[in-house]
Design a binder for this molecule. Structure first.
Ligand code: ZN
Ligand code: ZN
Ligand code: FE
Length: 762
């Protein structure tokens, strides 16, 4: 008995080898019909024996290709048409409801070919197959087919075309496949843009070995590379990039090559080698800073990433002496490269060849580039291990455009995020798509990138937003853009309080619907009362949010500038402690110390803030860790580094509340910091005491409010010592603790929280 079914598969099913997989299954089960991509996903018509058709449905789920993610399989019985064969048909059109696959590191089979001198793709810088390579960053629009990608200008040669058309081949319908005959062209240019003769990889490596800075075209943008073991090269890169002190990540050939520098456990090993290839922050071993001067000085963590593009692999292969085969891949390799985003001046990542020559002039000594266009700008993602998995710190390459599954569908929402570490979010049905990391909106280029990202996301998802959400701060470019979009489309605008959004982002990714307490420990965000909030205890019930309490207020002497100068926060603390007379002598090396003391005494230009970040700054300032910060969050990161190096410490004893509402009294803690003799011990004590006080605050509020769920959000939760200690104490008290994992706890998660709240406000 011949039956027929029309089967629709949704999810990440394009560009992952799904059609050839269906083709092979259908052949195997002796079914006839066709499979094709359309904007909704994969569309299948299958005819054959009823039992075999049943098998097809089961095996579609069970045996799906490694990069596929099936969200749904819908089956409709149709009339059999008596088809003879099973074929892969041309793509259909229609409304877009599928997702593009993510960019993936080179797979094992491609690596074996890349290092096999007998293979026609030996040392081919663009090797890829159905299971690996670029996707999101080369795709202009859906459906995912070669003409819609930046491989369109490279027609397949006869041999590649044969593989592309051979169902049994790994490159069957691999849209980005190519070979040395038909693919893009790799070249090395010198600082003036003149081609360098000889083998591009060998010449680039020679330059790196000589201490040069080479711009290397990656998947989502250019990197600036230099030899991580040459302090002079690293210092030169810092000087030219004006990235004075921000930590660099290093690229190592494999885990074994980094093992002397950092501790790597099994889960971290797996994450490093995963197809997403994020930068993984790893706990430094003693001596790491001495071995790699200038890479991430004073911090507890070192970012490590393994090669993920063929070009990166070829540099390591060259350094290893061009070994034949893959045995060298497991052996420790000496070469260690700084691979930092080529984003001079904090502007967006350079993606275009011409742009690279202009914007990296004076920075790069050479350009290792090619003519495969980068369509979507996408930084490297950064993660760190955390209880129950990994925490995103920067969510970009390979994690976008993956959707966060929502609990409720609704009209499309566009949320525009905050100011720092901006991302945007678009909802479509039950999915929320958070954009790649866009950056700080402090320059015109990044603001332009934001607008581009919004347009691209709406286009690729084919969403007409019904509402636009934004931060309450009126001066953010994201807020102004929200107003412009809402006016142009004549749709409502929803302003969302910053810390409400931080907590909502955590609730969204955990699919929590119940009322929850939210502890937001953050730099700063505008409060509903116009104040500078940042250490908030909230009760969040969907779109409703009540401020239960906040950290004691600190004056910001000189306003915003105090947020960059921990010594000013230390002065503020001394003032509150009634020790204002110490300010001028303690900070005699800071111009203006006497003035600041006077400002504090007279309460002139000292707006108050409840920001938790400023309490960290005050502690760091009192301990002399860092008088003036080179980048946002630096003082707190150094404080964590000191505490981590010292090890666990006991919290300060004593009573802990001010007023009757359980608000933690942090002043005695700062008094201890002001008089500390051992900076490391004091840093550890600061963390331990803060965790104890915060836990007590939250636990008491949970009892009062009769709530069992607590969400932790805000940038301070990147501090792993504080996060781990607090989590343990809250769980010990029987509370369910929700933390940011898929989406960063910092402002990179705001857009998701805004979208979640907007969904519940309309
Ligand atoms: Zn591959
Ligand atoms: Zn070819
Ligand atoms: Fe924030």
């Amino acid at each position: 008995m011949i039956s027929a079914q029309r089967i629709r598969v949704t999810g990440v099913v394009q560009g992952v080898g799904f059609r050839p997989f269906v083709w092979r299954l259908a052949r195997d089960l002796r079914l006839s019909g066709w499979v094709r991509n359309d904007a909704g996903g994969v569309d299948i018509l299958a005819e054959g024996d009823a039992a075999d058709l049943g098998c097809l449905g089961q095996r579609l789920r069970r045996e799906a290709p490694p990069l596929a993610r099936i969200d749904g399989i819908a089956v409709v019985d149709v009339a059999a048409a008596g088809l003879r064969d099973f074929v892969i048909a041309a793509s259909g059109g229609g409304k877009v409801a599928t997702a593009i696959g993510h960019d993936t590191g080179v797979c094992g089979e491609c690596l074996a070919e890349l290092f096999d001198a007998g293979n026609r793709r030996w040392r081919h810088a663009f090797i890829t197959c159905t299971h690996c390579g670029p996707r999101y960053t080369v795709t202009r629009r859906l459906p995912y087919d070669r003409p819609q990608t930046s491989l369109a200008p490279f027609p397949l040669c006869p041999e590649c075309a044969r593989e592309y058309a051979a169902p049994a081949d790994r490159r069957f319908h691999a849209e980005t496949t190519c070979c040395p005959h038909c693919g893009p062209h790799l070249e090395l240019l010198d600082a003036d843009g003149a081609p360098v003769a000889g083998d591009a990889i060998a010449a680039a490596l020679a330059l790196l070995n000589a201490g040069a800075i080479v711009a290397v075209k990656g998947l989502g943008g250019f990197h600036l590379a230099c030899d991580a073991r040459q302090p002079a090269a690293v210092a030169r890169l810092r000087l030219r990039k004006a990235r004075e002190e921000k930590p660099f990540a290093v690229m190592a050939a494999n885990v074994a090559s980094a093992a002397a520098l950092v501790d790597i456990d099994g889960a971290e090993r797996e994450r490093l080698a995963s197809s997403e290839r994020p930068i993984v922050l790893l706990q430094k071993r003693a001596g790491a800073d001495a071995a790699l001067p200038g890479i991430a000085p004073g911090l507890a963590w070192l970012g490590v990433v393994l090669p993920y593009t063929p070009i990166q692999w070829l540099l390591f292969h060259e350094a290893a002496g061009r070994p034949q085969g893959t045995a060298w891949l497991d052996q420790p390799q000496d070469l260690l490269l700084v691979m930092t985003s080529a984003n001079p001046g904090g502007e967006p990542l350079v993606i275009d060849n011409v742009e690279a020559r202009q914007r990296l002039a004076g920075i790069a000594d050479a350009f290792l580039r090619h003519d495969r266009e980068i369509v979507v700008r996408c930084d490297d993602s950064v993660v760190r291990s955390a209880a129950g998995g990994f925490q995103a710190i920067r969510r970009a390459r390979a994690f976008t455009p993956r959707a966060i599954r929502l609990t409720r569908a609704g009209p499309g929402v566009l949320a525009l995020g905050g100011w720092y570490k901006n991302t945007v979010c678009v909802t479509r049905g039950l999915e929320a798509f958070v954009s790649q990391h866009i950056g700080d909106l402090d320059n015109a280029a990044t603001c332009g990138f934001l607008e581009e990202a919004v347009a691209h996301l709406l286009q690729i998802l084919d969403v007409e937003p019904a509402v636009v959400a934004h931060d309450l701060h009126p001066d953010f470019h994201s807020t102004r853009l929200a107003a412009r979009i809402a006016a142009a489309r004549d749709i409502p605008l929803i302003g969302v309080q910053h810390h409400h959004a931080h907590i909502a982002a955590v609730l969204a990714e955990h699919r929590a619907e119940e009322a929850a307490l939210g502890l937001a420990l953050d730099g700063v965000g505008l409060g509903t009362d116009g104040g500078a909030w940042g250490g908030e205890l909230l009760r969040v019930d969907g779109a409703a949010c009540r401020r239960l309490g906040h950290l004691p207020l600190l004056p910001l002497p000189g306003g915003d500038r105090a947020a960059r100068e921990p010594w000013r926060m230390a002065a503020a603390a001394l003032h509150l402690l009634g020790r204002g007379e110490e300010i001028a002598t303690r900070f005699a090396d800071q111009p203006g110390a006497a003035t600041i003391a006077k400002m504090l005494a007279q309460r002139v230009n000292c707006p108050p803030t409840s920001s938790a970040g400023r309490w960290f700054d005050a502690a760091a300032g009192l301990l002399g860790v860092r008088p003036v910060m080179a980048f946002e969050g630096q003082a707190a990161m150094l404080l964590e580094g000191l505490a981590s190096a010292h090890g666990a410490a006991a919290p300060l004893p004593g009573p802990s509340c001010v007023g009757g509402d359980g608000t933690p009294d942090l002043l005695p803690l700062l008094a201890a910091m002001a008089d500390a003799a051992d900076v490391g011990a004091a840093a550890a004590q600061f963390h331990a005491t803060l965790a104890r006080l915060l836990a007590q605050w939250v636990i008491e509020a949970a009892e009062r409010e009769m709530i069992r769920t607590v969400a932790l959000g805000g940038g301070c939760f990147l501090n792993r010592i504080l996060a781990a200690d607090l989590r343990e104490k809250l769980q010990h008290a029987g509370l369910t603790v929700l933390e940011a994992r898929e989406v960063p706890p910092n402002d990179g998660g705001l857009a998701l929280g805004q979208a979640w709240i907007a969904q519940r406000s309309i």
